[in-house]
Design a protein around this ligand. Structure first.
Ligand code: AMP
Ligand code: MN
Ligand code: MN
Ligand code: MN
Length: 322
């Protein structure tokens, strides 16, 4: 399976030692948490953040498996939010799995995801593409966070589309006839929940590039970064599959300007999407910077002091990347 990785421009031949973005069967990844950890360790990855969509359910098994290997597993989550027409994904690193408020929000989101997927199935049936709900659940690994990738895979399996991408391009992508919008959680609310559970909120993949390095979509960061920073954003994902160097460089500049820590990862999902685990080069210093920022946040929450200047008080670049 690892041989199937796509040929993006920013992929290295040797896996990175740091991968801060990946998914397991708890959401739409192909590998069970234990398998993912074992595979990462055998590839030589030393720090792996598991960031399933809207769930932390895969983490206990992953953390347990990590004890058997020379690997650090960072407990994370990727929360999908919507504001107006924008879909914004926020990564939360070092979240507390026992936090009641975060847990309650994630449980509500999962229920909403189930209802939304069922609505999409109704639309698909009306469009002449019936699929079984039970099969979608099975493909999702029996519950957890059900998403469009599971619907896409079920459509492919039923022969209604010839590929996973075609399902998104024709039927369930945004603006497509069977698309149903997800439960609306505002990015500011996700940032607040991540922070209050002890986590460090990071803006995920601010831009989207396809495998040919062409820009597909992206946020208006001039507008969004000050707004999200004000809400408590601590970081921005700078290294991501298919990002040309110019995009990472540009995002790095924004991180410095807005006093944000930087992260990066493969967004590995296994077979459904072909980003290779550890295949996005993430410098070791990124991990050190993330840990340092976490310690700063802990100190500031203990003393009640702000650990770093906000966007309006002039942020020092040395606090960001070093
Ligand atoms: P959901 O959270 O259920 O809306 O599904 C979003 C997930 O679907 C993303 O995290 C990707 O894994 C996948 N996805 C979204 N858009 C596309 C697309 N155009 N092509 C392939 N996969 C996609
Ligand atoms: Mn996904
Ligand atoms: Mn995402
Ligand atoms: Mn992701």
């Amino acid at each position: 399976m690892l041989g199937e990785q796509g040929g993006a421009r920013n992929l290295t031949t040797k896996p990175s030692r740091v991968d801060l973005h990946c998914h397991t069967t708890a959401s739409d990844g192909e590998l069970a948490p234990e398998k993912l950890v074992a595979q990462a360790a055998s590839l030589g990855i030393q720090v792996l953040a598991i960031t399933d969509h809207d769930t932390t359910e895969g983490l206990p098994a992953a953390l347990k498996e990590a004890e058997r290997w020379d690997i650090t597993v960072v407990p994370g989550v990727e929360i999908s939010t919507i504001s107006g027409r924008e879909e914004i994904h926020l990564l939360g690193f070092f979240v507390d799995l026992a936090d009641r408020e975060l847990e309650a929000m994630l449980a509500r989101t999962q229920e909403a995801r189930r209802q939304r997927a069922q609505q999409m199935l109704m639309r698909l049936a009306n469009l002449g593409l019936p699929i079984e709900w039970e099969r979608v659940v099975e493909i999702s690994g029996g519950g957890g966070s059900i998403g469009r990738p599971h619907v896409a895979e079920t459509l492919r399996e039923a022969g209604h589309v010839s590929s996973y991408d075609e399902a998104f391009d024709l039927w369930i992508g945004r603006d497509c006839p069977a698309y149903v919008e997800r439960h609306k959680l505002l990015p500011e609310e996700a940032i607040r929940l991540i922070r209050q559970s002890g986590g460090l909120p990071v803006l995920a993949h601010p831009y989207a590039y396809n495998r040919y390095g062409q820009r597909r979509a992206g946020l208006d960061l001039k507008q969004w970064l000050p707004r999200l920073r004000e809400a408590g954003l601590e970081g921005i994902e700078v290294y991501y599959p298919h990002y040309p160097r110019s995009a990472s460089r540009h995002l790095l500049g924004l991180a410095v300007r807005h006093g944000l820590v930087i992260t990066g990862g493969s967004d590995f999902h296994g077979g459904l999407l072909n980003n290779g685990l550890g295949r996005v080069p993430v410098p070791w210093a990124v991990w050190e910077g993330l840990e340092r920022r976490r310690r700063m946040m802990e100190v500031s929450s203990e003393t009640g002091l702000q650990a770093h200047p906000g966007p309006t008080s002039g942020s020092a670049p040395s606090q960001v990347v070093t």
